[in-house]
Design a protein around this ligand. Structure first.
Ligand SMILES: Cc1cc2nc3c(=O)[nH]c(=O)nc-3n(C[C@H](O)[C@H](O)[C@H](O)COP(=O)(O)OP(=O)(O)OC[C@H]3O[C@@H](n4cnc5c(N)ncnc54)[C@H](O)[C@@H]3O)c2cc1C
Length: 222
């Protein structure tokens, strides 16, 4: 599938969304991801391909990729991605992913670490567009106060959505203090690998069963 870059949107000082159009119809479910290949020279040892969540919802009519650019230790891939210009065409493939909502009658806790907010933006925009008033508590932790998508999230018309912003690392007490009915909810965790693993362990300490935990690991981040 070919994507054409339509627009670059600076979300924070180091996070950019790339907005693409597609000639082929891409039928994705909110929360899924695509495989990107960018051939470039020289390519560092981290390689020329990556996976990125589609941070837009299907009804928005465009594919959005939202990512962090590390000015000091960034990869050659990210450098190439950052250098794309409006009108450039890239190749994507392998639409996939089960980090999606399956039961609209269940109650959820979404835990996001930094850029791990991307699938939740897509899922929540999708719920809003379908007027699905799903009961969701979003616990969104970020290294500083520059929460990507904060304005959009705060204006979502989903009455049963509660959002707690956490500056710094999320911990087990944040969950205990924000979720009174932990045994009645399904937990989704998305973000850097270490954060997703440690939150998974924290939920097990709270005796949440494996079947009520879904994880989405973003490799390559500290
Ligand atoms: C299913 C899935 C969905 C994903 N969705 C997203 C998404 O929506 N947005 C997103 O941003 N990412 C997403 N990712 C992660 C993405 O694919 C990249 O792995 C991630 O963005 C890091 O990119 P990068 O390796 O180019 O590192 P960069 O972002 O360029 O650099 C990040 C950091 O990597 C560290 N680093 C890691 N390895 C090395 C190394 N070998 N040498 C030197 N430094 C290193 C450095 O400390 C640097 O600070 C997803 C991954 C998966 C599997």
């Amino acid at each position: 599938m070919k994507l054409t870059l339509k627009k670059k949107k600076q979300e924070t000082s180091d996070i950019i969304s790339l907005i693409f159009s597609s000639d082929d119809k891409i039928n994705w479910v909110a929360g899924q991801y695509l495989h990107y290949v960018l051939h470039h020279e020289p390519t560092d040892d981290r390689g020329s391909d990556r996976w990125f969540t589609i941070s837009s919802a299907p009804h928005e009519g465009f594919v959005m990729l939202t990512t962090r650019f590390d000015k000091v230790k960034g990869s050659s891939f990210k450098n190439e991605l950052n250098n794309l210009n409006e009108g450039d065409i890239i190749e994507v493939s392998d639409l996939d992913g089960d980090f999606i909502l399956e039961d609209l009658n269940a109650k959820y806790v979404f835990i996001a670490g930094g850029i791990g907010i991307t699938p939740y933006r897509a899922i929540l925009k999708d719920l809003e567009s379908k007027s699905n008033n799903v009961d969701v508590i979003l616990l969104y932790a970020n290294r500083d106060s520059n929460f990507v998508f904060k304005d959009e999230l705060d204006h979502l018309a989903i009455p049963n959505l509660k959002i707690k912003y956490i500056e710094g690392r999320i911990n087990i007490d944040d969950i205990k203090n924000s979720v009174s009915d932990i045994n009645d909810r399904i937990f989704y965790i998305s973000g850097p690998e270490g954060m997703v693993d440690s939150m998974g362990e924290a939920l097990k300490e709270l005796e949440i069963t494996d079947s009520n935990i879904k994880q989405d690991w973003f490799p390559g981040y500290d």
